[in-house]
Write a protein that binds this ligand. Structure first.
Ligand SMILES: [Zn+2]
Length: 140
């Protein structure tokens, strides 16, 4: 199965793919063909994305999030903060939830954030990991 992220702690990174021909970077990863209409036939290889970026937009999540987030319809819905982050090097926008405790009151457009691993869902046997965005200088 293609991975969306790898590493632990400070080495945690989102994984995308990069086209060998035009250099386009894709996240979510594109493993079949380059989506750049001017290109189309480069080799796609896995690449770790910048761990930091700047807040481009943010909102309160008032709805259950789409896949790959796991949401149990039997449980009461807990609001979350959804942050769109423009990555430093790639100049691409990646959506993710704020780290636990981060609310819209903590955020400003242009603020620097970093990617951290977070818990998507857990049960007695398994913890599923996802990524969260955390403002720099805030400790979990
Ligand atoms: Zn390409």
């Amino acid at each position: 199965m293609a991975r969306w992220f790898a590493g632990e702690g400070d080495a945690f990174r989102l994984l995308g793919t990069r086209c060998s021909r035009c250099g386009a970077v894709f996240f979510p990863r594109e493993d079949d063909f380059c989506r750049n209409p001017q290109c189309g036939d480069g080799e796609l290889s896995e690449v770790a994305l910048s761990p930091r970026g700047r807040v481009w937009s943010f909102t309160d999540g008032r709805y259950r999030p789409p896949a790959p987030y796991v949401s149990d319809p039997e449980l009461p819905w807990r609001p979350y903060t959804l942050i769109a982050v423009e990555l430093e090097a790639e100049r691409m926008v990646v959506l993710g939830q704020g780290a636990p405790g981060v609310t819209v009151a903590d955020l400003e457009v242009g603020m620097e954030v970093e990617v951290v691993s977070g818990v998507l869902h857990e049960d007695a046997e398994t913890t599923w990991t996802t990524w969260h965005w955390r403002p720099l200088g805030v400790r979990a």
